[in-house]
Design a binder for this molecule. Structure first.
Ligand code: AP5
Length: 274
């Protein structure tokens, strides 16, 4: 009776090892503030070994360091508005060119406007797929990132979003996310991992939250329209416990690229083309 269980464990370990070695390509998580993009990105990082690229985190880092970009972005972010597209392109391009993005990456918070979506397509085409075909013919091997993006939209009820945003706490040391309503820390206001005092994000104040949700409605909805028109959008019900949402996302990523165009078969599983 021991052998089958051991076999399952070995198979699980092999499958995990394959996941962290294989070509995942770009994964784009779309969804309103509080939809769980950051939470789910971290789980994708753990499972597939690709980096999370959160434009919100990149901007907050610039704000904290007081860079020129940070100084420009600070007031805009505090109002819950979007930072101008032209300021975003440089930081995203620089990050995507880093070596750890070669097998793929998770974009969390980008693109957020239709213009950003068009820019990203052009960037990937030029810097990833073009280079991919050059490298393949040069070296006769598969360029790791030659895989089209999978675009996953997280759908969550409005009232749930408000609870998630007002209840969010994060660890300033390790970045772990908590929620006083849904995922509280073991000890009130302290990180389970390193004991740091948890912090509330500056833009999670009630008066800013409505502005962020409005910016999503007016601008980021156009991004979902953009990908829907290309039949690349996979919408999932993210109004479920974290683990269930993660399982749906892994299912989408694992089935991605199964057809010749790299599009997900939206007729199967829990995913739907919306
Ligand atoms: P950004 O940092 O990207 O924030 P956001 O899009 O508003 O998203 P959030 O980080 O608030 O939510 P999330 O979806 O990641 O949810 P999370 O996992 O944390 O952007 C901040 C600002 O930067 C923008 O307003 C803008 O000014 C600027 N900016 C960024 N990118 C830009 C761009 N491309 N262009 C222009 N400007 C840009 O979860 C939220 C909470 O819910 C947590 O407490 C979590 O524990 C909990 N939770 C998560 N999942 C579940 C679940 N399934 N059940 C219960 N609770 C859950």
């Amino acid at each position: 009776a021991i052998f089958p269980r051991r076999e399952i464990r070995v198979k699980g370990a092999i499958s995990m090892a394959n996941d962290t070695a294989r070509n995942v390509g770009p994964v784009i998580l779309l969804g309103p503030p509080g939809a769980g993009k950051g939470t789910q990105s971290k789980r994708i990082v753990d499972r597939y070994g690709v980096p999370q690229i959160s434009t919100g985190d990149l901007l907050r880092d610039h704000v904290a360091r007081g860079t020129e970009l940070g100084l420009e972005a600070k007031a805009i972010m505090a109002r819950g508005e979007l930072v101008p597209d032209e300021l975003m392109y440089g930081i995203v391009a620089n990050r995507l060119r880093e070596a750890d993005c070669q097998r793929g990456f998770v974009l969390d918070g980008f693109p957020r406007t239709a213009a950003q979506a068009g820019w990203l397509d052009a960037f990937l085409e030029k810097e990833v797929f073009d280079k991919g075909s050059e490298k393949r013919s040069d070296k006769g091997s598969e360029y790791p990132q030659n895989c089209p993006p999978v675009v996953i939209q997280l759908l969550v009820d409005y009232t749930q979003l408000l609870l998630r945003l007002t209840g969010r706490r994060s660890c300033p040391t390790c970045g772990r996310l908590y929620n006083i309503h849904f995922q509280p820390p073991l000890v009130d206001e302290l990180c389970d991992v390193d004991g740091s005092k948890l912090v509330i994000r500056n833009d999670d104040r009630e008066e800013v939250i409505s502005g962020r949700l409005a910016a999503y409605e007016t601008q980021t909805r156009l991004v979902t329209d953009y990908y829907r028109a290309q039949r690349r959008l996979v919408a999932i019900n993210a109004d479920r416990p974290v683990e269930e949402v993660t399982a749906q996302i892994f299912g989408v990523i694992d089935s991605h690229g199964n057809d010749s165009h790299g599009r997900v078969d939206t007729r199967s599983g829990t995913t739907t083309q919306s």
